[in-house]
Design a protein around this ligand. Sequence first.
Ligand code: PLP
Length: 403
Amino acid sequence: MIWYPYTQMKTMKETLKVVDAEGVYIYTEEKALIDTISSWWCTAFGYKNPKITQAIVDQAQKFSHIMLAGGLVHEPAQKLADKLANWLPGDLNYTFFTDSGSIGVEVAIKMALQYHMNKGYEGRNVLLSLTNSYHGDSFKTMEAGDDEDYHAILKAYGESPYVLHVPTEIDALEKVFEERGNDLFCFIVEPLLQGAGGMLMYSLDFLKRAKELCDEYDVILIFDEVATGFGRTGYRFVADEVLPDIIVLGKVLTGGHLPMAATVAGQKVWDAFYDDDPDKALMHGPTFMGNPLAASAALASIELFDEGGYMDRIKEIEALLRSETEGFAHPLVKDVRVMGTTLCIEVFDSKDLDGFKEYAYERGVFVKPFLKYMYTMLPYVITDDEIKIVVDTMKGWFNDKTC
Ligand SMILES: *Cc1c(COP(=O)(O)O)cnc(C)c1O
């Protein structure tokens, strides 16, 4: 029996059996479906991407796994770390590999906390994050998150004194730093686009101010770009605009072909660990870190992203999502917003999305609305015609309703 995520198993609806997947399409035994959310935001270059698939096959014929410990290293991990150092902005040069976004965030938080310990700074044990944030489902990432819908289990502990949440408003941020700036060890954000918290969008100005405050108070600024990286927001990385101390990558990193995340630190963080004292080392090591198949997929994925003109395509997708939804309004709809490949139609009442999945299925579209949010996180290889089908399906759900 499979135990499914975020699901009451007793009342779960029937599952769709997938028999193939290629490009933007998921094939069930019955029909082809356009995937509007890139398999939880990761398969940006399409399913069964030929270049990524080939890279995995080629590496599998050499070896599929070797641990990145005990004095061993291998070419795919080395090349990927080198590539990231050259490719990511500023001094984000030091890559710690993990196998999921949640653990990548855990590592970033650990680095930030130990940065202060290694420096001998006392009393820096409070993590600052945004209201409505989501950083993963492991325990510390749940705590960093602010979303009871996912993290209700934390009620078992009561409110943590080690976490503060701040809204995406500069005034509120300044106030927190003024009052608690010397208690904070890090400020972690999903830059510009808060995904699982409800596809919330905010401005670069907030992040610019955050960077100033973090520098002033020596608080480690962490960008969780697990979802926003690789062009999702219309920027290649938000880190290209505002440089964090640590960035976390996941999801699109392997084009969604294999699980892998990377926590990449800048010079300041690295220097606090680089020492003759063994106690200042980073004590973390996932079994499958830097897996050669995943690293090969990531190298292929980065090459595709660089050579495929995807940043231009993402701008076109964003423009099309805007023009296709311009002037759209409905009594059930609270807000329509667009950023990069994300279109979110927020309703007042989550019940008004009941049945939308089945409605879309009939029209050959796979959707995964949650709570009050009907949204896309489109694959970059989607065509204009397919985008129109997707947006028509979303608008059609409301326009076909009698209310
Ligand atoms: C998906 C996501 C994570 C968690 O990644 P997993 O690979 O599911 O563990 C963390 N942060 C953000 C912003 C995410 O969207």
